[in-house]
Structures are given as structure tokens and as C-alpha cells.
Design a protein around this ligand. Structure first.
Ligand SMILES: [Zn+2]
Length: 497
């Protein structure tokens, strides 16, 4: 458990007001004990009450709640693994060529980037369920161990699929449409998905029990997407979610092909269909939602369902521009996710927030029509928090919340000049980079300080990852690589029709 401490700030942004605006407490401080914010006030008052508490931050620190990356999958990016951007459906096929990456080393790799940009909690959705359930369980424990070691908060889920693993249609029919020499390799790939839906649900239950005492670990559910799950499976997830009061994160309506698929399968929109199966409401987060209709969004708002906006990913995989201003005008809770990687192929949450701030600036004069810096900060903090099992215990620095926070150096942000008319928050949201962050605290513990990770050897772990990836390709990796390329023209043909 972390020691009690004081965090001092020139500008302390603890939570948005009822009007949605984040107003700073100037010359403020928080006192945290056991990872929980116990007091907020002026630095002088807090210091007087706790004269011996260690001090972090200074009278030149800007303090914000730690950011929540609401949608994350991997460490080494698809580009690094040989699959640069393509339209989503083709890219999913091309990614069959991805190599196996040790889950511990892979996780610390992206955790380094996230923490250094102020992310203190992540929704880690382990995509793909290749291998046995024992292998999936071992990887889950390694991923969690990586976050525990680095000192980050994680909510882990497995993206479970039980059908349509190659294209948005029946696996057997697609394989039958392939030339002879491709069929056996495609069937080999399909045979690698060994774990059943029931086994993944049992794994969820085991992990939830095993990590119940770790306040930094949450376990939740992730049926992969409508096309990847049968109705029976989606109903099962709805039922388990209700029984365990566990959040669900489901990819949905990411592309126009997914929109078309919903109507083809169910004669109604993908969202209406999953809602009819019980996947709807405050426990549910829609990942992407780019192609949600106006009536879908009305229902999302009415039911308190959340949407996680993955702006970089939507650009990179040609998914489209999510109607974020329509999410906002309906009061839908929006989280932000960097998905596989942000627009610069890294995990820089400041950059992602800035992209969201600018991607939806439709022409016009009314300021309320487009996202403000205040709103984007809320999306990246409380908005994301609400989609995790931690809920509003994170995402703000109110009394009683977990002490997850990020400290910026005001002198760096404002050097060589910052006009007093520009708010410090606007300066952070428009200009700050990870180089301006001098400290990150998670659960009351400083886990990143002046460019150094305090709990692990950054350089040694990166070297281990580099060495791990220098090994020769296994037979399975060679087959995957071949298959990812060979299937591409047939997948393209499938979507043409
Ligand atoms: Zn995703």
C-alpha cells in the first residue's frame, strides 16, 4: 500500500462542475492516504494539517486526474508486426500474419507509452482467442502481472468470437469458395480457436475471483462484435454481465460493412439487435459506433449505454468519422480509446485527445456544436472511467476517489510565453506533450517521475522484447504469414459482393 502524501499544484483540476467545466483550484493540493484522496484544499491548509507527509508536485505543477485509455489491444503495433493500415476488414485478414509476442513484454511495451502520456488506467481487450483456454488464461495472468509490475490500473477482458472468423459470413462457406491449396491452410487457422464460449466465461469468473482483492485490477466481458457472435452467445454474455454486475465492451458498427451486416442478419440495426438480446444499458459500452443511426443514438442515450470513440483507429482503418457531435448533443457518455495505436503509431493520450478535439470541428459559429477542451478532458477521464469496473472511483480527484493523477510542468507548457487570456487547461489540451509530464501517480504511488519508470527497468525490458522478436519464425508463424497474404484477394472479393 502506498504511503500517505501530499500532491501540490499551481492548478489542480479535480473534477468538472455541474456545467461540465473543469475549474482549477489555484495553489491547491490533495492529501492522499492508502491510494485514496482524503482531502482537497489550498496547499497551505493541507500542509498545516499534515506537516510530515512527503510532498510531490510543486507550486509550478498542473495536476489532472490520470487518463483512461478506454480501448486497447496490443503492445507492438500492427505496423510494427508487418500489417500497415488497410480497410478494417482486409486488415483483419492481413493480421493473420502477425507473430506471437510474449504477452508480458508486449504489455509493458505499450504500458510505458501510455503511462508516459498520463494514462493511469486501461481497458485492455485481449483480441483474438487463438490457442487453448489454458494458453489464454496464462496470457491473461501475464498481462495483469505486467500492469501490476509497472503500477498501472487495468481492466482486462477477452474478445470472444464463436463464428465468422475470416470474413463477415459463414467460415465453412468462405473456405469452400477458396482454391483447393488455400482450403487446408484456412481450416488449420480456424482449428486454432480452441476455447469455447463457456470456457471463456468460466475464465472470466476465475479471474474475477482471483483478482478480487487487487484494487488495481478489474475483469470484464467483451463479446467481440455482432458478426463474430451468435445470438446464443450474446444472450449468454448479457446474462453473465447481469449476474456479476460486470461491464461489457463490444465492438460495434465500426464500418459500413458492419452496418450492412446487421441489417442482413437481423433485418434491423446491429445496435437494435444486440439490445434485443440484452446487451444494452449502463453496463454496456459500444466500441466505435461510427455507423450508428440517429435512432440507434436515441436508444443509446435513453438506455445510458456508453460509446468508446476510437478516433485514430477510425481514420487509419478507413472506418469513417464517428458522429461525435451527435453523441454529445444527446448527452451520451463518451470514452476515448487508442485501439491498437494512435495516429502516430504510438500510445500518446495527449495526442489522441487533441485529435478528438480537432476532428469534429464542423463549420459554423456556435461553440456548442463542437467538442470543447473541457468535454474532451471529461471523455479521457470520467467518460472512460464509467466504462470500467472501477466506475467513478477513478477519472476525477474528488474526495474518496483513487489517487490516480498526472502532473505537468507549467513552466514547460508556458515557456517562452503564454498569454494570461489562454486558460491553463486550454494550453494543456492544445499544446502539452509527454515531455511536459513530470510525474504520474497511480493509487497514491509515483510510478513515473522525470522520464523514469520507478518500478521496472524500462531499458532492460525493451531489450528483452527486442531480443524476443529476433528469434526465428516458428512453423505456425510462417503459415500465418503466408495465409495473411494469400487470403487477401479472396476477402476483397467477398466484400465486393
Ligand atoms: Zn478494437
Amino acid at each position: 500500500m502506498s504511503q500517505a502524501s501530499i500532491v501540490r499544484a499551481s492548478h489542480l483540476y479535480s473534477a468538472p462542475g455541474l456545467d461540465g467545466r473543469w475549474r482549477p483550484l489555484e495553489s491547491g493540493a490533495i492529501y492522499q492516504r492508502g491510494g485514496i484522496v482524503e482531502e482537497i484544499g489550498t496547499y497551505d491548509a493541507i500542509r498545516e494539517a499534515h506537516p510530515d507527509a512527503p510532498l510531490f508536485g510543486s507550486e509550478r505543477s498542473v495536476v489532472l486526474p490520470g487518463f483512461v485509455n478506454g480501448h486497447h489491444h496490443v503492445g507492438l503495433t500492427p505496423t510494427q508486426l508487418g500489417s500497415p493500415d488497410l480497410p478494417l476488414e482486409l486488415w483483419l485478414i492481413h493480421r493473420l500474419r502477425a507473430r506471437y509476442v510474449d504477452p508480458y513484454l508486449d504489455t509493458v511495451y505499450s504500458a510505458f507509452e501510455m503511462l508516459a502520456s498520463g494514462v493511469t488506467a486501461v481497458q485492455h481487450i485481449r483480441a483474438g482467442t487463438i490457442g487453448s483456454i489454458q494458453q489464454s488464461e496464462a496470457s491473461a495472468r501475464e498481462i495483469i502481472r505486467a500492469y501490476q509490475d509497472i503500477g498501472m490500473r487495468v481492466s482486462l477482458s477477452f474478445s470472444v468470437r464463436d463464428q465468422n472468423r475470416l470474413v463477415y459470413g459463414d467460415d465453412a462457406a468462405f473456405v469452400a469458395s477458396l482454391p483447393e491449396e488455400l482450403r487446408s491452410k484456412a481450416n488449420w487457422h480456424l482449428s486454432r480457436f480452441e476455447g469455447s464460449v463457456d470456457e471463456y466465461i468460466a475464465l472470466f469468473q476465475r479471474l474475477r475471483v482471483d483478482y478480487a482483492d487487487d484494487s488495481l485490477v478489474g475483469i470484464q466481458l467483451a463479446p467481440a462484435n455482432l458478426h463474430w457472435c451468435s445470438d446464443k452467445t450474446l444472450r449468454k454474455f448479457a446474462d453473465v454481465s447481469e449476474r456479476h454486475d460486470a461491464p461489457i465492451h463490444i465492438h460495434l458498427l465500426e464500418t459500413q460493412y458492419q452496418k450492412a451486416y446487421g441489417f442482413k442478419r437481423a433485418g434491423r440495426s446491429a445496435f437494435e439487435h444486440i439490445a434485443s438480446l440484452g446487451i444494452v444499458g449502463p453496463r454496456v459500452t459500444i466500441g466505435h459506433g461510427v455507423w450508428a443511426t440517429e435512432s440507434d443514438l436515441d436508444m443509446v442515450a435513453d438506455t445510458g449505454t456508453h460509446i468508446c470513440h476510437n478516433c485514430s483507429s477510425n481514420f487509419r482503418l478507413r472506418s469513417g468519422v464517428a458522429p461525435v457531435n451527435q453523441f454529445r448533443s444527446r448527452g451520451i457518455n463518451v470514452a476515448l480509446g487508442m485501439d491498437e495505436a494512435g495516429i502516430n503509431d504510438n500510445r500518446d493520450m495527449l495526442q489522441e485527445m487533441r485529435l478528438v478535439l480537432n476532428a469534429h470541428r464542423q463549420p459554423g459559429m456556435d461553440l456548442a456544436d463542437v467538442p470543447s477542451t473541457n468535454e474532451v478532458l471529461t471523455m479521457a477521464t470520467l467518460g472512460g472511467a464509467r466504462t470500467t469496473p472501477f466506475g467513478e472511483k477513478i477519472g476525477s480527484l474528488r474526495v474518496g476517489c483513487r489517487a490516480d493523477l498526472v502532473m505537468f510542468d507549467l513552466d514547460k507548457i508556458s515557456y517562452p510565453y503564454l498569454d494570461g487570456n489562454t486558460s491553463v487547461l486550454d494550453a494543456v489540451m492544445h499544446r502539452a506533450t509527454p515531455q511536459d509530464i513530470h510525474g504520474v501517480m497511480v493509487d497514491g504511488e509515483i510510478v513515473y517521475r522525470d522520464g523514469q519508470f520507478t518500478r521496472v527497468d524500462h531499458r532492460a525490458l525493451l531489450e528483452n522484447l527486442s531480443e524476443h522478436m529476433r528469434r526465428p519464425l516458428t512453423e505456425a508463424e510462417q503459415s500465418g504469414k503466408w495465409l495473411g497474404n494469400a487470403l487477401l484477394p479472396y476477402a476483397r472479393e467477398f466484400y465486393r459482393s
